[in-house]
Design a binder for this molecule. Structure first.
Ligand code: TYD
Ligand code: MG
Length: 466
């Protein structure tokens, strides 16, 4: 006979306790404990107590193998047919992998996955698209907008995990899409769909299924207000790859970033445009982000950033205006706020810009998050440009990390950045001296290179002739 007991789990981090607590001792969240009824069956420990054999018939037993004996040949990646999606995944879909795609509601998760499912169904084996959010009819209507037609794409409006697994047994698909993991529940647990133990249970069972059968699985996950997937940590370590939709729903382009990837570089970006017929890849992201630049306006600079393996030019804008309150405001969009505050201090101390009585707003155009330190120089130049009310020459691009001593530090993959700038028609590049080519050349790919060692030199070079 199975015994039922209660545990209380923090919905923010998954910490469990035998009694209710007002504040989670693990993550510090208030009021996040929810009672979960646990039936003492093998699955009830919710994945916490070591491997769970027998779930879904997967036997992981057997002896260990010598390193050299293990078959290390990488399975061929399957192109999804959408170049930008393959790029974030690190060059195509790895068969049998589990990919989590997170994003705000309405950003385009279902759209992207339906497109991918459709292309996979036409090229590879059957694909099962199981949705707990929409009915088959609704998915069909969306599919018609996307031009879905033909191929072995099965739709299923279902919220019970066990019934989805049954259908996986029946159809034997090559890929499975779960839209979304928060709406699916397992009958093994009594708690509501979306609670942390359900989400974890569903993901773990699907992982066994994926690994046991070589079934490629895409999980769609909702992101909470704070920008976390509900039950974030527990899902992120279960899956192979985590992709997030980034940026604003109001903008017509969409950015998908890999934040974890067992099979490729992280920080890899895919750029899409939301059109009337689904998401269209944007291979030339620099052109998109520089598209609306007002040339010759003060307070703007162009910097070369690297996202994964892709160099990209972005515009950094700054607005410096006298503060009307006691404390000056500092606000950033797409940039690290602390790093920007630090840069302002360096500008003040090392270059002598009197920013103390000024509000400073800085942003990256286009809704992109640029966490890379190599954009420091771009921010510093934009701030100086606004402060002095003096534009940076339109064909000049800058990059480099700024240190607290006012020194300019080298950035990775400088040659890639320079080449991207040259391709976009820039003629001058202000970059860290250490990044100059080893042969001492001051030109590369038709672009003039100005190596600088300090922030002061950099500003001089950036505003110089061009
Ligand atoms: P959706 O994929 O439903 O978002 P999510 O699954 O992340 O919640 O996308 C919803 C938005 O995309 C919706 O506002 C309508 C828009 N959209 C288009 O602009 N073109 C299209 O072809 C489709 C299918 C949706
Ligand atoms: Mg959706």
């Amino acid at each position: 006979m199975s015994k039922t007991r209660s545990v209380f789990e923090c919905q923010a981090c998954g910490f469990s306790s035998s009694k209710w607590l007002g504040r989670c001792p693990d993550c510090g969240e208030w009021n996040s404990f929810v009672e979960e009824k646990v039936t003492a069956t093998p699955a009830a420990a919710a994945g916490k107590s070591g491997p769970r054999q027998g779930v879904l018939g997967l036997e992981t037993g057997g002896r260990p193998h010598l390193f050299d004996e293990v078959d290390g040949a990488e399975a061929d990646r399957i192109p999804s047919g959408i170049g930008e999606f393959d790029r974030v995944l690190g060059g195509g879909i790895v068969p049998g992998s589990m990919v989590l795609i997170g994003g705000e509601p309405g950003i385009g998760k279902s759209t992207l996955l339906l497109q991918v499912a459709h292309l996979l169904a036409r090229m590879g084996g059957p694909v099962l698209y199981a949705s707990g959010e929409e009915s088959e009819r609704q998915i069909k209507l969306r599919g018609e907008r996307l031009g879905v037609r033909g191929g072995a794409l099965y739709l299923m409006g279902e919220t019970a995990l066990e019934r989805i697994v049954e259908q996986v047994d029946a159809i034997r698909p090559a890929a499975l899409v779960i839209d979304s993991v928060q709406t699916i529940y397992s009958t093994r647990l009594s708690s509501a769909p979306g609670s942390i133990s359900q989400v974890r249970e569903v993901a773990t069972q699907l992982l066994f299924l994926a690994k046991g059968r070589g079934l490629t699985t895409f999980l769609i996950g909702h992101v909470t207000k704070e920008g976390n997937l509900a039950g974030p940590k527990s899902l992120e370590h279960i899956v192979d790859t985590v992709l997030y939709f980034e940026g604003e729903r109001q903008q017509h382009h969409r950015i998908v970033r890999a934040v974890k990837n067992r099979f490729g570089a992280i920080s890899e970006l895919g750029v899409f445009e939301m059109t009337g017929s689904g998401l269209a890849p944007v291979p030339n992201a620099s052109a998109l982000f520089l598209g609306e630049r007002l040339e010759g306006a003060p307070g703007s600079s162009v910097t070369a950033t690297l996202e994964g393996t892709r160099p990209m030019l972005v515009e950094v804008q700054a607005l410096v205006s006298p503060t009307s309150f006691g404390t000056p405001r500092r606000m950033t969009i797409g940039l690290d706020a602390n790093r920007t505050a630090l840069l302002l201090a360096v500008l003040e101390k090392r270059v002598g810009l009197q920013l103390l009585g000024e509000d400073v707003y800085a942003s990256v155009v286009g809704g992109l998050d640029v966490p890379e330190p190599a954009v420091d120089l771009g921010v510093a130049v934009a701030v100086a440009s606004s402060f002095r009310n003096r534009p940076v020459p339109a064909r000049t691009v800058v990059f480099g990390e700024v240190g607290l001593g006012g020194e300019i530090r080298a950035a990775g993959q400088a040659a890639l950045r320079v080449r991207e700038a040259a391709q976009m028609g820039f003629t001058r590049c202000v970059l860290p001296e250490r990044n100059l080519p080893a042969n001492g050349a001051t030109r590369e790919a038709g672009i003039e290179l100005c190596g600088v060692r300090t922030l002061e030199q950099a500003l001089e070079a950036a505003f110089g002739e061009g």
